[in-house]
Write a protein that binds this ligand. Structure first.
Ligand SMILES: [Zn+2]
Length: 320
């Protein structure tokens, strides 16, 4: 990581596209936010005033097809994971994400458009040390036949993914990355959403995935890849799972120092591991400084800071 200080965006940048489930047009604007703000969605275009929602794990209300944030009054922002992955992956700590519809636009199914928007806006450092959640002991979770685990890791943040599809074209894939903004941009950020034709057809007939197309989804049938342009990486499906992990774990509220591994995982598993981690106050602490040089230091009593306080308040009971 280049910055030991917190970062935000220098200016605003806008992308426009369609929601993958609604198929409706939506405009998203990334912008600056103050020190310790984290990622904040601002939902515009509603009757009455705009509504803000913090991108934290306690605001997750669904993880079935995508990660959905909301509150007592219902869902506010669906498919949050790719734009959050871009911000976290590119080393942005604080940002507003203004959106005038219920879903983040799917764009090309990857984080590429959001990375381009971050590039356009520019990243600036802020007058405060970057803060991290340092994992202190292994925490794992199982969801169905998927398994996920996060462990202490001395070298920053790492993600390892194994997938194992009965579909013979996808099959077994694995990949792992020690993440940096450069690596994220080059090797993860362009990996697209993928699906099976049989599932897509079922979703379409049920009124979901109305915005899904070959322009934003890598689609397989039992024998081949159906997109004529081919794959961006031979293991694009596994790499997209890395992208989803980065976005889902961005809901920790701070960057993580730890190694995450998932086997046959998805949004539900990522959320389960993160929730289990944050619920165990002996499993992590907040540190600040430069991660790579390992000069991080604990920040007093965890739970008194702005972010620490929110986490401490939110993670008594299970909130999934
Ligand atoms: Zn995804």
């Amino acid at each position: 990581m280049k910055f030991s200080r917190q970062t935000t965006l220098r200016a605003q940048a806008t992308v426009a596209g369609v929601g993958v489930h609604s198929g409706l047009p939506v405009t998203l604007t990334l912008g600056p936010a103050p020190v310790d703000a984290g990622f904040v969605f601002v939902r515009t275009g509603l009757e009455g005033s705009d509504r803000e929602i913090q991108a934290t794990a306690d605001q997750v209300i669904a993880t079935d097809f995508a990660t959905v944030l909301g509150d007592r009054d219902g869902p506010l922002v669906s498919t949050a994971e790719h734009v959050l992955a871009a911000l976290r992956g590119m080393g942005v700590d604080n940002a507003t994400i203004e959106i005038d519809g219920p879903e983040v636009p799917i764009m090309d199914g990857s984080a590429a458009a959001f990375i381009a928007a971050i590039d356009q806006a520019g990243i600036v450092s802020q007058p405060a040390q970057r803060r991290f959640i340092q994992v202190l002991k292994p925490i794992s979770a199982k969801v169905g036949d998927s398994f996920g685990e996060i462990r202490p890791y001395a070298n920053g943040f790492r993600v390892d993914i194994e997938i194992d599809f009965t579909n013979p074209v996808i099959g077994q894939q694995s990949c792992g990355f020690d993440l940096s903004p450069e690596r994220f941009r080059r090797e993860v950020g362009r990996a697209r959403t993928f699906g099976l034709m049989c599932d897509v057809a079922r979703l379409w007939s049920a009124g979901y995935a109305l915005g899904a197309s070959f322009d934003n989804t890598v689609v397989f049938d039992d024998e081949r890849l159906l997109n004529t342009e081919g794959l961006r990486y031979a293991d694009e499906c596994a790499r997209h799972k890395v992208l989803d992990v980065i976005g889902d774990l961005a809901l920790a509220g701070l960057p993580l120092l730890g190694a995450y591994r998932s086997v046959r995982g998805g949004h539900k598993l990522n959320h389960a591991v993160l929730t289990a981690l944050l619920a165990d106050r002996t499993a992590w602490r907040v540190v600040e400084g430069e991660a790579v040089r390992r000069t991080t230091r604990p920040v007093g009593e965890v739970g008194r800071g702005i972010v620490g306080g929110r986490i401490a308040a939110a993670y008594g009971p299970d909130v999934s």
